[in-house]
Ligand binder design. Structure first.
Ligand SMILES: [Zn+2]
Ligand SMILES: [Zn+2]
Length: 119
């Protein structure tokens, strides 16, 4: 599974994850465009904080067998830079992303509901 961003669907949106999708090939499910309209994203894992300032756990939040130092592997301690879908589902990423003020709920679900009014 690879990560892609459809530039057509992302448009001018600054919203996190806009136009992004995971698939085997870079054909947008929504608008069916491919080629120059779709860019492949690198998979960047989240390296959770270890408790020592400036040091992470040195393994991915999604899988502790994915360790820093493996060829071609990208990892960051900055929650906003993470693109790995599995890391973004981990409680440790959600907690740290929330502490940084990032939305951890998809925009489509992130709305305020009013309590029912009594008649
Ligand atoms: Zn699209
Ligand atoms: Zn990951």
């Amino acid at each position: 599974m690879k990560l892609f961003r459809c530039l057509n669907c992302a448009g001018e949106s600054r919203e996190r994850g806009a136009g992004e999708f995971a698939a085997e090939s870079g054909v947008c499910r929504k608008c069916k465009l491919s080629g120059e309209h779709v860019v492949e994203l690198e998979c960047i894992h989240y390296d959770p904080p270890s408790g020592v300032p400036g040091r992470g756990m040195r393994h991915a939040a999604c899988d502790d067998k994915i360790k820093i130092g493996q060829y071609g592997l990208m990892m960051t301690g900055e929650p906003s830079a993470v693109t790995c879908r599995a890391c973004m589902k981990s409680p440790v990423w959600k907690l740290n992303a929330a502490l940084c003020g990032l939305p951890t709920t998809p925009a489509t679900l992130d709305h305020v509901t009013e309590p029912p009014t009594r008649r």
